[in-house]
Design a protein around this ligand. Structure first.
Ligand code: HEC
Ligand code: HEC
Ligand code: HEC
Ligand code: HEC
Length: 394
């Protein structure tokens, strides 16, 4: 038998019992909130589909840190910056230094209040139907959700109630293109944003690629946002850059009228073939233990918590699949490979160009794995395939 993977939740609960939670400045609560079936109004769909484990959402209470992907990951990174808290954490968690090295996802997930204030509600429903990559230097992508059309419409209606009304502006005009392009450089936009093939970054992870702005925002909302993001939503992190309304119109015109360019990624080719013997330790280290177990937990090793991949979440029903024991990984081998290959196919769809959504995209019946994260590299998928073909040894 392999040693059990670290039980972070259990250890955190122990910290809470020992009164050490002062470390993080907030109380840790053990246990996972019971899965609720999504309701019919927007707020209850957002609550029932556990959107708040990743997003800040106005009107929805943030889940306790032990149940929040963002809350716990940010906590690990915060403790890592504080020498005193770090010293305590190292005595409580034998693998703390490893946690600091591994935890990288969910440091900056967009605030849905800010998104609702500026984005076109019709875009919400299209995007949630089949999400695509918006932020090129952020590895995480939006998870594909298991909600039906009525539930997605309810979320879009929730967003529509929060869309900020804005003043009418002149129609985009090609005469403004050169001025808009020059302002993009002189006003510093390029420090944070990519824009298709015109500004290739890297930019900052939280700033969207502006190639999608024409699909996501109305012409009028773009101008209002560029002049003063915080006037549209107090939670906006983009600063006002001293741009006049007139300059904002020129910037908007360049952003919405310029073909964004950029190549479509090639469809995935054949997987490499691994012929050497593959032990489970390698599969666990490079694929299953590194990524999958964080959503497919074994309740017996985690004080009853199973994670969304096992107990259901984001609108998907429970699968009953834990991936912390080799027996379970073995038993679900063919489904695992199929799920890894689906994510590989989705990755080409993640890159969409303006106007391509949703015409060329339809929602897959089942999402690829790992859900919401980049596909596993081909050479590592090939390892899983080889291990299974060799009889899935310990
Ligand atoms: C596991 C984490 C996770 C969960 C759960 C999650 N999201 Fe997201 N979501 C993300 C990430 C990461 C992004 C940013 C993706 C990008 O920029 O490409 C995102 C982006 C979005 C955006 C675009 C916002 C913007 O500013 O660009 C919307 C809208 C959204 N999510 C809605 C939802 C809803 C509704 C739910 C629940 C049904 C949900 N999300 C659940 C991680 C998550
Ligand atoms: C109680 C704290 C905690 C919670 C809650 C939590 N994580 Fe983590 N997560 C960790 C720690 C600690 C690690 C590093 C584990 C290791 O190195 O063994 C980790 C690692 C990961 C990794 C691999 C490294 C990375 O950052 O990409 C993924 C993926 C992940 N978690 C996803 C999630 C998702 C999705 C959720 C919410 C459904 C979640 N986690 C909730 C603490 C947590
Ligand atoms: C310091 C970094 C930074 C700078 C500089 C910056 N932005 Fe942003 N911008 C962001 C972030 C982050 C967001 C995402 C929303 C948020 O959190 O405020 C954003 C969002 C946007 C959006 C919404 C796009 C979408 O698809 O949601 C537009 C349009 C935009 N910025 C245009 C500009 C323009 C034009 C400039 C230059 C005048 C500029 N930005 C300068 C960080 C920046
Ligand atoms: C962010 C959380 C998350 C991560 C990370 C994740 N899963 Fe999942 N997984 C889910 C959810 C939710 C479902 C249910 C979706 C469905 O009904 O197919 C699921 C379903 C599955 C299924 C069942 C698919 C079927 O045929 O019904 C398999 C197999 C699976 N995941 C394997 C993996 C593997 C392998 C990894 C790591 C590479 C992984 N998962 C990472 C959340 C996750």
């Amino acid at each position: 038998m392999r040693a059990p993977v670290p039980t972070v939740g259990a250890a955190l609960a122990a910290v809470a019992r020992a009164g050490l939670v002062v470390l993080a400045g907030c109380a840790a609560v053990a246990g996972e909130p019971p899965a609720r079936p999504p309701g019919t109004d927007g707020l209850s769909v957002l609550q029932g589909a556990d959107c708040a484990v990743c997003h800040a959402i106005p009107g929805v209470e943030a889940p306790p840190r032990t149940a929040s992907c963002v809350g716990c990951h940010v906590w690990v990174r915060t403790v890592a910056q504080n020498p005193n808290a770090r010293a305590v954490a190292m005595t409580v968690f034998p693998k703390w230094e490893r946690y600091e090295r591994t935890v990288r996802s969910y440091a900056e997930v967009p605030d849905l209040g800010v998104a609702a204030a500026r984005l076109d509600p019709a875009w919400w429903a299209r995007y949630l139907q089949d999400p695509h990559d918006l932020r090129p230097s952020m590895d995480e992508t939006m998870v594909r959700v298991g909600l039906d059309a009525a539930q997605l419409d309810a979320i879009a209606a929730w967003a529509a109630e929060r869309a900020v009304p804005v003043a009418a502006t002149p129609r985009p005009d090609r005469a403004n293109l050169a001025r808009g392009e020059a302002l993009f450089a002189t006003k510093g936009c390029v420090a944070c944003h990519t824009f298709g093939a015109h500004a290739t970054g890297p930019g900052i992870p939280s700033a969207p690629d502006l190639r999608h702005a024409r699909d996501r925002m109305t012409d009028d909302a773009l101008v209002a946002w560029i002049v003063d993001p915080k006037a549209m939503s107090a939670g906006a992190t983009m600063p006002a850059l001293g741009v006049t309304r007139d300059e904002a119109i020129a910037l908007r015109d360049w952003l919405v009228l310029t073909p964004p360019g950029g190549a479509r990624p090639a469809a995935p080719g054949a997987l490499p073939i691994v012929t050497r013997p593959v032990a489970y330790a390698e599969v666990e280290e490079k694929v299953i233990g590194k990524i999958c177990i964080h959503c497919h937990m074994d309740p017996a090793q985690n004080e009853g918590r199973a994670g969304p991949g096992n107990a259901g979440g984001f609108g998907w029903p429970a699968t009953g699949i834990e991936l912390q024991t080799v027996a379970s990984v073995r038993a679900h081998g063919p489904d695992i490979v199929a799920a890894l290959l689906r994510r590989r196919d989705e990755a080409a769809r993640d890159v969409v160009r303006p106007g391509e959504v949703p015409a060329t995209l339809t929602r897959p019946e089942k999402p690829g794995m790992p859900l919401g994260l980049p596909p596993i590299p081909d050479e590592d998928i090939a390892l899983v395939v080889a291990w299974l073909a060799q009889g899935a040894p310990e």
